[in-house]
Design a protein around this ligand. Structure first.
Ligand code: NI
Length: 409
């Protein structure tokens, strides 16, 4: 095992220039969620050239291909997301986005290139694979819809485990981090409508002011975090938009708001809709308004299977070398990889894509000046290939391991 582990990174290093070229091509032509036509075509072309049979148009523009090993065995899935963000790029790089208002600001050009590299490594190594590796190139991650769409269309049929990675600009290239149990937060959307009664701005007693009521609701919602949730349980309630009224001297009849709700513990998350509904409707009562809440559950907490996370940690040690693995810090950002983990065990981890020095000061994901240290590309390809091959070799994970297990090491 250790001999082949060394070979993954050595062989991936040979692909380095090609991975950079693919990544830059994708970076130059970013495509937004459910619009990844050309990206999908590039992916399918390259997989076809490797001799693989592709299924395209999967859950949007997803591309799926199986690498069937010489021996029968389980199916391990590897997933990369392909979509870009509606952000105007400000990096000034020679291969910066050529599409106004679209940018690979979450760096999904990187996992796409890495998984293509992993595919090449695994195809070269097909004769020693003890089972099947399913390659999943997913569209529409950024709007939380792509994974659900692919699962609905059966992408997990026959899959035993799933693995994926995300680049992290605040971690130096060459490093990776993982943790068992919860890694990323749940993502929910709230839409609140407060209905009052319009009036002249100078004669408030003739109306019912929904803006004053909405202001009280915004402030009071924070008590859900500070007074109803343990300080040891991270929760965020952010009202991100408020709309009400058109004139400075008119009390409008309606004020509407949207917000995002994040949590890190599925049990804590399940309590939040009731609390938000209660605060919104009863504050509205106190202000003589009527209010309604539309609570939309978008994504569950991303929970890594403890043993899968341990196996990924071992693969990082073997492929990247000793001392290259860190314990990942939890974050309330979301990733729809969590949808796959609802159905099959697996693990999502961070791959450093930042500068060698002072990575913590790098521009973060979703920033218009986000940059990727391309030195991370071969390691990402080697890790994905290595994890899949090792998992085929190692045998099944222990079943029914607790979702929130102990340490990763
Ligand atoms: Ni992302």
């Amino acid at each position: 095992m250790s001999g082949s582990a060394v070979a993954w990174s050595d062989r991936a290093a040979l692909l380095g220039d090609d991975l950079i070229a693919v990544r830059r091509q994708l970076h130059r032509f970013p495509e937004l969620s459910f619009e990844e036509r050309e990206t999908a075509r590039l992916v399918a072309d390259r997989l076809t050239r490797l001799g693989l049979t592709c299924r395209t148009g999967f859950g949007g523009h997803g591309v799926v291909a199986d690498i069937v090993g010489a021996a029968a065995g389980p199916t391990i899935a590897l997933r990369a997301d392909m979509g870009a963000l509606p952000i105007a790029e400000e990096t000034g790089l020679p291969f910066a986005s050529g599409r106004p208002g679209a940018m690979h600001a979450c760096g999904h050009d990187a996992p796409t290139a890495m998984l293509l590299g992993a595919a090449e490594l695994l195809v070269q190594n097909r004769s020693s694979l003890k089972g099947t590796v399913r390659l999943i190139f997913q569209s529409a991650e950024e709007i939380n819809e792509g994974a659900k769409a692919m699962i609905r269309e059966g992408v997990l049929d026959g899959v035993d485990e799933i693995y994926g990675l995300h680049n992290l600009p605040t971690l130096s290239a060459g490093l990776a981090s993982v943790r068992p149990g919860p890694l990323m937060g749940s993502v929910d959307r709230i839409e609140i409508e407060v209905v009052g009664k319009g009036a002249h701005g100078a004669i408030p007693d003739q109306g019912i002011d929904p803006i004053v009521c909405a202001s009280a609701i915004v402030m009071s919602l924070q008590s859900l975090v500070s007074r109803e949730t343990s300080p040891f349980d991270p929760v965020v309630v952010t009202i991100g938009s408020i709309r009400g009224g058109d004139a400075n001297n008119v009390i409008p009849s309606v004020c509407s708001m949207t917000g995002t709700v994040r949590a890190f513990d599925p049990v804590v998350r399940d309590r939040l809709p009731e609390g938000i509904e209660r605060i919104v409707t009863r504050i509205a009562d106190g202000y003589r308004c009527r209010a309604s809440v539309n609570y939309i559950r978008q994504m569950q907490v991303l929970v890594n299977h403890p043993e899968a996370a341990r196996r990924v940690g071992e693969a990082i040690d073997a492929v990247a070398g000793p001392g290259r693995r860190l314990e990942a810090a939890p974050t309330l950002a979301g990733e729809d990889f969590s949808e796959y983990l609802k159905h099959v065990p697996g693990c999502f981890f961070w791959l450093g894509s930042g500068p060698a020095e002072h990575a913590e000061q790098a521009f973060g994901l979703h920033h218009p000046r986000f940059e990727l240290n391309e030195a991370c590309l071969p390691l990402g390809a080697a890790l994905l290939a290595g994890i899949a091959a090792r998992r085929l070799e190692e045998g099944p994970l222990a079943s029914d391991a607790p979702a929130e297990g102990g340490g990763a090491k």
